[in-house]
Design a protein around this ligand. Structure first.
Ligand code: SME
Length: 150
């Protein structure tokens, strides 16, 4: 996975953009097509107290609402920690939107003021598809692109 190219492409496409949904849609599209193992790529947005709702994504349909108390996405939103899940069957409370999903990566997404905007979720039909390298590269891209988003 070539994160240097993805990063440069996104910097150029998103230059000057601060609208959260416009950024999420563009990132979901570019990341989904660039990552060889991601079968579902998208965002859940914080829409209320302890509540995530589906945002822009690529792949099959996702669950519409995920409380902070549930699933891998909820764990990322609740704890503020990146969740790398090599085997979803071993993650207590995993929400199976697609029965084909074997592994996941979920990152919290904040703006520059430290407000939690949502989470970025990558789901793969391959076991252990995502690594710390994915997490680190994506965290750097997210913090740069959402810096001035509301
Ligand atoms: N599997 C996720 C839910 C989101 S979807 O799979 C698109 C979770 O447990 O948070």
């Amino acid at each position: 996975m070539d994160y240097d190219t993805l990063s440069a492409t996104l910097d150029s496409l998103c230059h000057g953009e601060t609208d959260t949904v416009a950024l999420m849609a563009t990132i979901a599209c570019e990341l989904h097509h660039a990552h060889p193992l991601s079968d579902w790529t998208g965002f859940y947005r914080v829409t209320g107290p302890e509540m995530l709702k589906i945002g822009p994504y690529q792949g099959g349909h996702g669950c519409l609402a995920i409380p902070f108390s549930r699933g891998v996405c909820g764990a990322a939103a609740r704890t503020g920690q990146v969740q790398i899940v090599p085997d979803v069957d071993l993650f207590p409370g995993h929400i199976a939107c697609a029965s084909s999903t074997r592994s996941e990566l979920v990152l919290p997404v904040w703006n520059g003021a430290g407000k939690l905007l949502g989470v970025l979720d990558l789901d793969s039909n391959t076991e252990a598809a995502f690594t710390q390298t994915d997490a680190d590269a994506l965290a750097a891209i997210m913090s740069r692109l959402f810096k001035d988003a509301a």
